[in-house]
Design a protein. Structure first.
Length: 401
């Protein structure tokens, strides 16, 4: 297709929050289609950080804030993991005083500052007509705010947890599930060789999809998720049963990072919080592992069972995208361009009931997407239900359930 001669407008793209495989294919899809339809495309670097730190001076070096995107640039990165635009967890609507850019410290001196107007001014300075933010509910909550302020936004859902409301699928989820299954299968050999429990901690702050789907696919015997406070005695008894039933004498549990012991709280690495108020989770897998080892004699004729524990985290986040995270971002990018071409904005592109669609962007902040425990999670067996799959979407658990 020949490139259009007339400049149609300027589209800005940013990626925020955690990196996932599939971001670069999304950027590539948007850019190539947009350029061929006459748009200029600008990549806003480091999530909301770049567009917040921009300096309104032609002589200033703003290369760390944005870059002009070309087919050559996006083609080089389009098949790779991560995001070549880089990312951050910057929240311009609640910017702490210490994080305010130097050239703006006189203007924003409160302990916490709302810099939304600065972002809007900077988008205007760059001549951006439409913004396509790609991120999870935190990143997209800022996009909702910009839309409410009158800016033209078309958003794309991305998160390994698959917990953005309004869509059945978020970029990065399939690769996360694929990696989790692969890594669990790799570690089985060690667990079986030593006749141990294998405890794997996976992503999932508030939603347990990343533990549920691999377990459903056979990667684990049991899983514990944020939506249901689990009884460690119950888990220990089930894990011993699974191990003793297995000819290779091992059993596997997947533990969501946001899972909680009955009557307990989430486990954090430290008290520090990111710009969206989230402390970094981590350590629940180690605690579960230790508790299982100590409780095991109670259900194993007095004999203790040792454990192997592994935090999968960034092992599932890194690397190239799988097939689904190469195809869906391409489709999402073209969906976004379809909307922009029709002058439609304030939407989130999505997959719903197996079909590509779009929904109002404010669904991101008006609802939550978590596992429906009653429908999908067997609390007596601490694992998914394996029934009623007819007419369900590809990944079974949807934004409607």
């Amino acid at each position: 297709m020949a490139k259009a001669n007339k400049k149609t407008g300027v589209i800005g793209i940013l990626t925020g929050g955690g990196d996932v495989p599939g971001l670069n294919p999304a950027i590539r899809a948007i850019t190539i289609r947009a350029l061929r339809e006459g748009y200029q495309v600008i990549g806003l670097r480091r999530g909301w950080a770049g567009i917040t730190e921009l300096i309104h001076d032609p002589k200033a070096d703003n290369s760390n804030c944005y870059q002009t995107l070309t087919e050559e640039v996006v083609n080089k990165a389009g098949r790779t993991g991560g995001t070549f635009l880089h990312t951050s967890r910057t929240n311009p609507t609640k910017m702490k005083k210490d994080n305010v850019p130097e050239h703006l410290k006189d203007k924003y001196s409160d302990e916490v500052n709302d810099m939304t107007s600065e972002v809007l001014d900077n988008l205007d300075f760059l001549g951006v007509d439409y913004l396509i933010p790609i991120g999870g509910d935190d990143t997209l909550s800022v996009a909702v705010r910009l839309y409410q302020e009158g800016f033209k936004v078309v958003a794309m859902p991305k998160t390994m947890d698959n917990d953005v409301p309004g869509t059945d699928y978020c970029i990065g989820f399939s690769t996360c599930i694929t990696r989790t299954i692969q890594l669990a299968n790799n570690l089985r050999t060690s667990a079986g060789s030593h006749e141990r429990f294998l405890v794997l901690e996976v992503f999932g702050r508030y939603a347990g999809f990343t533990a549920m789907l691999p377990t459903m696919a056979g990667a684990a015997n049991r899983c514990v998720i944020p939506e249901y406070e689990f009884d460690i005695e119950q888990l220990a008894q089930l894990m011993v049963y699974d191990r003793n039933k297995n000819p290779s004498k091992y059993s596997v549990a997947l533990v969501s990072e946001g899972a909680m012991f009955k009557g307990g709280e989430m486990i954090f690495e430290n008290a520090a919080k990111d710009a969206f108020g989230h402390a970094k989770l981590g350590g629940i897998g180690d605690l579960v592992s230790e508790e299982l080892k100590e409780l095991s004699p109670k259900y194993n004729n007095g004999r203790k069972i040792n454990t192997i524990t592994q935090k999968l985290s960034y092992l599932t986040r890194g690397g190239d995208p799988d097939a689904i995270d190469s195809i869906v971002p391409m489709a999402y990018g073209n969906l976004a361009l379809d909307l922009i071409g029709k002058g439609i904005h304030g939407r989130l592109v999505c997959l719903r009931n197996g079909r590509y669609d779009n929904v109002p962007i404010d669904v991101v902040t008006s609802s939550k997407k978590i596992v429906n425990v009653k429908k999908y999670y067997n609390t007596e067996r601490l694992r998914p239900y394996y029934k009623s799959f007819a007419m369900t979407p590809l990944f079974i658990m949807t934004s409607e359930s």
